[in-house]
Every structure is written in structure tokens, then in C-alpha cells.
Design a protein around this ligand. Structure first.
Ligand SMILES: NC(=O)c1ccc[n+]([C@@H]2O[C@H](COP(=O)([O-])OP(=O)(O)OC[C@H]3O[C@@H](n4cnc5c(N)ncnc54)[C@H](O)[C@@H]3O)[C@@H](O)[C@H]2O)c1
Length: 390
């Protein structure tokens, strides 16, 4: 394989050395798996207010700077782009500081604790012109890409129904200790729609399926959880959100069902997308990560039948890799693909490949959550706000 030009080196800083900070650091170490990518990221700096969280990063020999204040990391002139993965109530402050420091940013969802915060971040991006995208890796599974491509092709004909969702069930145990993701002041009043919503909305919004009206049912199944000292602490976030929406198309409206759940018994980080129309359909779930199913008719000895047919997908997604085409893909591959898309788009080299969620899509997701909360509270159908700016 010959590379047309030497890849451009981009120096990366990570703020928030928790679960996702470590995942991204590990993905960057796997960069050589990508074939002929125009960019070569180098993780040079990491920040966490908890010094102990920085220790894990000492095994990565490219990291030169260890900080406990994000302003110190953002002041480093040799950091080109940052990834920030902190509590939702801290997003606005840290994202604004990063953007105003002139750093390009891969932000974590939900991109501000609510829609007003997202709008303020977008205003700052518009003022500074930095490149910002929002983390949502599940559509980078090869099977997800196959369904998205199918939807774009129009092969389904007039759309009947689209189902998109992201399901966890780690909160089924009522005695699981409280953490920040289960408290509205840290996670946001939208609860699970803040935590998992963008995962479920990214593909529908990218496909142009913005609801005209929606109804929602929200569930608060566990009102309190044990705190650090065993004392019961309010768990005041929505655990589950089910949205049932109308999407207008030139062929007429179709039904869009979007679910985000922390208590979907049996589910473990299960993302799915199903598109059905009058002429065909396609579906994928990460619960069965090699399989994509297509709907159509087949001729059988007893006549023509409707059928879901199954295809095993391999490893290839948005950016080609050295991984054998028939091999399996997983969560960390999707993270690597998301980063490949982020840095390729930043370099102007993504072309028509699927890109990371935009700030406008993240704001639209907040607007869906606002509409869902109103629908649930009032028992009414709601037209989501659509002031998405950029
Ligand atoms: N894309 C995904 O699949 C995915 C998965 C999990 C979480 N997330 C998102 O990632 C973000 C972080 O979640 P997490 O699970 O990694 O959280 P976490 O609690 O594991 O880690 C957060 C880290 O941020 C640090 N921190 C707190 N305040 C800080 C500050 N001011 N400056 C620097 N560091 C600070 C904490 O000490 C902690 O180490 C959230 O927005 C969450 O929604 C995304």
C-alpha cells in the first residue's frame, strides 16, 4: 500500500480521565489499523481533577503533560484538538473554555446539560470557527452503516416505520449505588434522554427524519438509591424514554419510534435501527453484531412469500482497516471509526463517508427531549422546537 502524502500529525489532549477518557486513549493507540488515513493523532496531554485518574495514562509514552486543571491543558499551544468527557453539568463550562481557547473539540454527548446550554456552546463555536463534533459511535458499527446505506438508497420505498434505540439494563438492581448519571443536577432533567438519547437520535436525524410531532412516555422506576454512606439518595432521573413520532416525507408521514432505556431488562448497551417500507426493509442490532437483515419477497415452492433474510457483515465500516474483511467488529472498533471520521472531516478528507454527530444534531436531540418531557407531563402531542442553528 502506498500512501499519497505523509499523514498530518494532530496533537490531542483528553480532559476527563474516566471511563471514556481511557477508551479514547486506547483507540488512539490502535491508529495504525486504519489504512491510508490523512491524519496521525498523538495523545500528548491529559487532565483530570482527580490526580489518581491520571495514573493509568502514564503507560502511554506519548503523553507529555499531566494536568489537574483543564485551563492548564487548554493553555498548551501544542495541543490542536481536545476530547472532553466529564459530567453533563460541566459540559458547558469546559466546552466553552476549549472553544474559546481555539481548540478543535470532540465533545461528549449530550453536549451541554440542556438545550439552552447547547445553544450557548453553538454560539461560541460560530464566533470562533473551531471544528466541533459530538461523540456517538454506535452508527459506526458495520451493520449500522449497512442499514443507513440501505435507508439512503430508497430501496425501502414509501417508509412505513423506523425504530431506533439504545437500551441498557444495568440499573435493574434497585440497590445499585447512586452515581452522577442518576441525579438530575449532574445528568440533567432529561435523565436517560441526556445519557443515551443522542445514540438513538443520531442516525434518524442524519437521515433527515426530524419529527413534526411526537408523544412520549417517560418512566422513573427507581426513585432512590444507596449513597456512599449507605443512606438513601434521591435518584431523580428518568430511567426510560419512549418517543412515538410522525415524520413527514414527500410520500406521506411515517412512524418513528425512538427509545432510550436504562432499564430494558436483559439489554446490555444494545443499539438498534430498523427501517421498513412498502418495498423492503433493513435492520441491525448490536445484540447480534455480525448480522444485518433485509426484508423482501422470495419465491418458494409454495409461492411468493415475505421474508427477512440474514447477511453476516464483516469488519469494514467508514474508514478501511487492516482487519480482515470477514472478521468481527465491536465497540472499540466503532470508537476507532468515529475518531477516524472526526479527524478526517477536520482535515477536509471525509468525502461522502458518514460523519460524527454535529452540534446541530446534538441540539436537535435536546429539542426532542424537551418535547418529550412536555408531551409526558401534559399528555399531549408536541411539535419539537426547530431553531437548530448550524
Ligand atoms: N460515547 C459513549 O458511548 C459514552 C459512554 C459513557 C459515557 N459517555 C459520556 O462521557 C462523559 C463522561 O462520562 P464517563 O462515563 O467517562 O464519566 P466518568 O465519571 O467515568 O469520568 C469523568 C471523569 O471526569 C473527571 N472530572 C470531573 N470534573 C473534571 C474537571 N473539571 N476537569 C477534568 N476532569 C474532571 C472525573 O474525575 C472523572 O475521572 C459524559 O458526557 C457521558 O455521557 C459517553
Amino acid at each position: 500500500m502506498t500512501r499519497s502524502a505523509a499523514p498530518q500529525e494532530i496533537r490531542i489532549g483528553i480532559v476527563g480521565a474516566g471511563l471514556m477518557g481511557r477508551e479514547i486513549a486506547a483507540a488512539i493507540q490502535r491508529w495504525p489499523a486504519l489504512i491510508d488515513h490523512p491524519v496521525r493523532p498523538r495523545l500528548v496531554a491529559v487532565c483530570d481533577i482527580n490526580p489518581a485518574a491520571l495514573e493509568w495514562f502514564r503507560q502511554i509514552d506519548t503523553v507529555e503533560h499531566f494536568a489537574t486543571a483543564h485551563t492548564d491543558l487548554l493553555a498548551l499551544e501544542d495541543v490542536d484538538a481536545v476530547y472532553i468527557a466529564v459530567r453533563h453539568d460541566l459540559h458547558e463550562h469546559l466546552y466553552l473554555d476549549a472553544v474559546r481557547a481555539g481548540k478543535d473539540l470532540l465533545a461528549e454527548k449530550p453536549f451541554g446539560i440542556d438545550s439552552d446550554a447547547a445553544r450557548r456552546i453553538i454560539r461560541a463555536i460560530d464566533e470562533t470557527g473551531v471544528f466541533v463534533r459530538v461523540s456517538s459511535e454506535m452508527p459506526f458499527f458495520p451493520g449500522a452503516q449497512a442499514v443507513i446505506e440501505y435507508a439512503r438508497s430508497g430501496a425501502a420505498g414509501r417508509l412505513v416505520q423506523v425504530r431506533s434505540g439504545f437500551l441498557h439494563s444495568s440499573d435493574l438492581a434497585p440497590l445499585k449505588p447512586i452515581n452522577w448519571k442518576r441525579q438530575a443536577r449532574y445528568c440533567g432533567a432529561a435523565g436517560v434522554m441526556n445519557d443515551l438519547g443522542l445514540h438513538a437520535w443520531h442516525a434518524p436525524l442524519r437521515l433527515g427524519w426530524r419529527p413534526s410531532r411526537l408523544t412520549a412516555q417517560l418512566q422513573d422506576l427507581v426513585p432512590a438509591r444507596p449513597g456512599p454512606d449507605g443512606v438513601s439518595v434521591p435518584c431523580d432521573t428518568w430511567e426510560n424514554a419512549a418517543v412515538h413520532a410522525d415524520v413527514e416525507t414527500p410520500d406521506g408521514p411515517f412512524v418513528l419510534d425512538v427509545s432510550a432505556s436504562r432499564i430494558a431488562p436483559g439489554s446490555k448497551n444494545t443499539w438498534y435501527l430498523e427501517v421498513t417500507g412498502m418495498e423492503g426493509g433493513a435492520r441491525f442490532t448490536t445484540a447480534d453484531p455480525k448480522r444485518v437483515e433485509y426484508f423482501g419477497t422470495i419465491d418458494t415452492p409454495i409461492g411468493r412469500e415475505q421474508s427477512w433474510q440474514s447477511v453476516e457483515v464483516g469488519s469494514q465500516s467508514v474508514w478501511p482497516t487492516v482487519t480482515g474483511g470477514i472478521f468481527e467488529s465491536g465497540f472499540s472498533d466503532a470508537i476507532l471509526q468515529m475518531w477516524a471520521a472526526f479527524l478526517a472531516e477536520r482535515a477536509g478528507a471525509l468525502g461522502d463517508r458518514f460523519g460524527c454527530a454535529t452540534p446541530a444534531e446534538a441540539l436537535a436531540c435536546h429539542e426532542m427531549a424537551d418535547a418529550a418531557a412536555l408531551s409526558h407531563a401534559e399528555g399531549i402531542r408536541v411539535a419539537p422546537a426547530s431553531d437548530t442553528a448550524s
